[in-house]
Design a protein around this ligand. Structure first.
Ligand SMILES: Nc1ncnc2c1ncn2[C@@H]1O[C@H](COP(=O)(O)OP(=O)(O)OP(=O)(O)O)[C@@H](O)[C@H]1O
Ligand SMILES: [Mg+2]
Length: 573
């Protein structure tokens, strides 16, 4: 006996016949197949079963009352679910070829004649049952396969997503690590650059100082010889001019070496206790004139300001230098703010590293100008570093200021960003005692006369130097930085004397002198000029060759204004 399917694998076989005896005989024949046999005694009953359970094979009698086998199968085939269901027709009566054809047309798949040969019937049913079972199994396997593929795909997708996630995490932590390494490297580089910069300034200072010192001595020797030579050339005007020219060059060289010495902190300083606020107040006029009307100057003084221990003249020069830098940084105008306050290092933020702990007077010079990019800021203090072009800047301004405050025991710090202005901080040591109030002695009878002098000069530094000389001689000085300004002053005030520079933009000194002659015929005028080929003299004026010494200035003044003059120290303008 062939194998019987396991209970779970059994398929349903529907036997349809209106005669119970025949149904029974089919049942007996097919029982040994081991499948489920379902009996129906009419087409209607068969339909009921078909709708309820899955049928593998239908064994149907062709001739039945009501609906015959063909009609039943025809009806079934209209439904997609039964399109493929195997049907075996059984016919007890003789079938014509036409009947046979009809059977196949409705999709019947086989045909068993009566009398039924049991082996044949069993064999046919088994084949169809087996086909059905295999088809179902295949379908199941397919579904399982699809399920597994889907499962595997989603597992893979999940794994992929996780991988991507952890890749992103890895990348993130890598980036974080890289960022930190970069940050540390940057910090280290910055610290190294600061250190290098300090060392560089230090060694540049030593070098410059040494060179400047030697040069200064050489220049002094040259100047001494030239002065002597000048006396010897006597009346030879041309030779005198040549010597003057040489003296002028040597003196310019000496002024430059002075600045270099200042940077090298080898200046001859006279530190004294100075109240900084009045010093700044006193020079705002000069500042205003040097930086022009487009820049607004603002001063702010903190409460209970301590005095500073500084060289007043050098501090003024330093502030003037900072003011000029600010002017150059604000070609279209802007604001210059000078603040003074008491400050403590290192508690107060921004105290320069080089500064020892203690109390200081801090001056802030702040402009709203173009500022500096990192590269410029890093080199700004270096001597001879300038962005102003050949002949325009020496690049010594900030180095001199730095040298000065360092020599005084203070420090300088610069804060700046491109497009965001610049702030220079000068930290100055506090002076030990208040400056003694020295009363000016009243002039005695027979003493030299105090003159009111109008000084016309477009160069702020020379203006300052000459003003110092004149004030030192006991004169009162009114300042004008152009010929037009000078005429303005003369309209409003009476002066004893006018000293004017020759080379000035707009109206020059000679033109100014000529104009003055026409209106104020007896006004004494001194024309100062550095030019060898001086233009035709204006009557009633005397010439003073630049650079002049205080003694020369005093001599010229006393020559023009009887009673004015005085002994004088030597100073170079
Ligand atoms: N207030 C400022 N705003 C913007 N840049 C500045 C300022 N001060 C200085 N600098 C920059 O620093 C450089 C060096 O300044 P420093 O005063 O030493 O020399 P300089 O002004 O170029 O020449 P000099 O002072 O001899 O006229 C300047 O050329 C400029 O680039
Ligand atoms: Mg400068």
């Amino acid at each position: 006996m062939p194998d019987v399917p396991a209970p779970a694998d059994r398929v349903n076989i529907l036997l349809v016949d209106d005669q119970p005896a025949k149904l029974l005989s089919y049942e007996v024949i097919l029982r040994e197949l081991g499948e489920n046999l379902v009996m129906a005694s009419s087409a209607r009953e068969a339909l009921e079963h078909l709708l309820k359970i899955d049928i593998a094979v239908i064994l149907v009698d062709v001739h039945m009352p009501e609906m015959d086998g063909f009609e039943l199968v025809e009806l079934l085939r209209q439904h997609p679910r039964f399109e493929e269901t195997a049907v075996i027709f059984v016919s007890g009566i003789h079938l014509t070829d036409l009947d046979r054809l009809r059977g196949y047309q409705v999709g019947a798949v086989d045909y068993v004649p009566v009398p039924v040969v049991p082996e044949l019937l069993r064999a046919k049913v088994r084949v169809f049952a087996e086909l059905y079972r295999k088809t179902r199994q295949l379908e199941k396997l397919n579904a399982e396969l699809e399920r597994r593929v889907a499962e595997r795909t989603s597992a893979l997708e999940l794994a992929n997503a996780r991988l991507r996630e952890s890749e992103a995490e890895l990348q993130q932590s890598n980036e974080e690590l890289e960022r930190r390494v970069e940050e540390r490297t940057r910090e280290r580089e910055a610290a190294k650059a600061d250190l290098l910069q300090m060392q560089k300034l230090e060694s540049l200072g030593q070098l410059t100082g040494g060179v400047a010192h030697d040069f200064n001595n050489l220049l002094m020797a040259m100047l001494g010889s030239l002065e002597l030579l000048k006396k010897r050339v006597g009346e030879d005007e041309k030779a005198r001019r040549l010597v003057d020219n040489a003296i002028q060059g040597a003196e310019r060289g000496a002024a430059l070496t002075q600045r270099m010495l200042a940077f090298a902190r080898r200046q001859d300083l006279k530190p004294e206790t100075v109240d900084v606020a009045p010093l700044i107040e006193g020079m705002t006029d000069l500042l205003r004139r040097s930086i022009g009307p487009n820049i607004e100057i603002e001063t702010r003084f903190g409460p209970a300001l301590k005095p500073a221990l500084v060289d007043a003249t050098q501090l003024e020069l330093a502030l003037l230098n900072l003011g000029l830098n600010a002017r150059d940084a604000m070609p279209d105008g802007g604001r210059l703010r000078v603040c003074v306050e008491n400050a403590t290092a290192p508690r107060q933020g921004g105290a320069p590293d080089a500064l020892g702990p203690g109390d200081y007077v801090r001056i802030l010079v702040e402009d709203s100008g173009i500022g500096m990019d990192e590269a410029t800021l890093a080199r700004a203090v270096e001597p001879f570093f300038t962005t102003k072009g050949i002949g325009k800047g020496t690049g010594l301004g900030l180095s001199v200021v730095h040298g000065l405050v360092t020599q005084l025991g203070g420090a300088m710090a610069i804060r700046s960003r491109a497009g965001q202005g610049t702030t220079v901080e000068l930290w100055l040591p506090v002076g030990k005692e208040r400056p003694a109030m020295t009363e000016q002695p009243a002039p005695q009878a027979g003493e030299q006369r105090r003159c009111r002098v109008l000084l016309v000069e477009d160069d702020a530094l020379i203006m300052m130097g000459t003003t110092d000389m004149l004030e030192d001689l006991g004169h009162e000085v009114l300042q004008a930085s152009s010929a037009a300004e000078a005429l303005d002053v003369l309209e409003k005030t009476t002066v004893d004397l006018m000293i004017t520079d020759h080379a000035m933009p707009g109206m020059n000194g000679s033109e100014l002198a000529t104009r003055c002659r026409q209106r104020w015929s007896d006004l004494p005028i001194i024309l100062a000029t550095g030019y060898v080929d001086f233009p035709a003299q204006v009557s009633g004026t005397v010439k003073l060759t630049k650079p002049y010494r205080q003694a020369e200035l005093a001599a010229q003044i006393s020559a023009l204004v009887p009673g004015a003059g005085g002994g004088a120290a030597s100073l170079v303008a």
